[in-house]
Design a protein around this ligand. Sequence first.
Ligand SMILES: Nc1nc2c(c(=O)[nH]1)N[C@H]1C(S)=C(S)[C@@H](COP(=O)(O)O)O[C@H]1N2
Ligand SMILES: [Mo]
Length: 414
Amino acid sequence: MGDRKKPGFGKQLADLHRWNAWLVVALAASGLLLSWGAARGWLGEGRAWVKQLHIYLGLVTAILLVLYAPLARKHLKQLRNRPRQRGNLVFVFALLAGWLLSGIILWQFRHLPPRWSNNALVVHDLLTWGGLPYLVYHSVTRMRWAKKPEKRAVRPDAAEPASPDGTGGLHPAASPQPWMSRKQFIQWSVGIALTAAVAPSFFRWLGRSFVGTGGPGGMAGGADPNRMLPAPEPLPDSVRVIGGGAQGRFRVYTVTPLPTFDSGSWTFTLDGLVDKPGRWNWEQFLKLERVVQVGDFHCVTGWSVYKNTWEGIPLARLLREAGVKPEAKYVKFYSGDGEYTDALSLDQANMDDVLVAVLHDGKPIHRDYGGPVRLIVPKMYAYKSVKWLERIELIDRPHTGYWEARGYDNDAWV
Ligand SMILES: Nc1nc2c(c(=O)[nH]1)N[C@H]1C(S)=C(S)[C@@H](COP(=O)(O)O)O[C@H]1N2
Ligand SMILES: [Mo]
């Protein structure tokens, strides 16, 4: 008797389907917003919120999957004579499970080795490239207008009343079987339109992620818009890329339009609480002695680039030569984009692998990746590695960096 309150099997499935559909829409919107480079700047603090929302919504899919699990057997049985619907079901299920698992790894990346989150991000992206267009196709081709007119709910005022045999409709009864049904036509058009819309960017992503179109070095990008002359002469170790060349790919991040620099106007400044403030033009800056080191680069959003050969000036040496005053407690870094800053404590800044980098894998750092000069802090997440570094200031109180002010953890240790 208690059974009577339970909704029927069909209703349960329909409810789950509806909830799942809305959830995926919200996840797609928030996920695309997070991965959209141009939104990094104007999203600002909102980014941390969108990320939290995306994670929570993602976890709700786990609940739906758990609720669906006991219904799955019966549902599959019901579809035993409909292989396409069965295929759809299995595909969507695998998709959700894949998104969920890779998402959990990305969410908990701090407790896992960087290789995990790196692979999880590729999986998460790949599922999105394949899954999202499929789901759009799935929903568009099943919408009401895509159904045969006679299968739509009959409305009393319909101009073209349902007429399964064609005799009651406006079309002549004798019309021959068209070479393509209405349904097929819609499916093909939607499929082709989606493929055409998605394929170009998908192949670009594929190239960057797996083929490494950027050559050794992992940095893709055409001619460098920066005009820095003369080009820095790489040291022998840099040319040999002692790590064998970078593995992985950098995602180009910026919070402003990409700036460009010219050796005619570019300067590098070290000032604040030091005995000997300094300012170098490009030619003078290139005369500073450089070292070569190999290191991994980890972004807090889950991707890494391994075995980068960086050539540059150790920050510790610059600080020593400038004579840091006893009052100085922190080192603040300014980007030439006019917006981005970050800071390290004096102890952190004096770690021997913190580098003011000028070359990557034996080549000048491309503008897109922070050239002509960027900071490299290998032991910390890359939001500390300020791109287009132009000024270093010694200060006596903490400074909250760009992303730290927008929700990133002040503790950036990898
Ligand atoms: N000026 C500036 N520096 C920056 C950023 C930025 O947006 N602007 N992004 C940071 C973050 S979060 C990362 S992961 C790396 C990305 O470096 P890339 O764009 O060379 O891949 O740069 C860091 N330094
Ligand atoms: Mo990052």
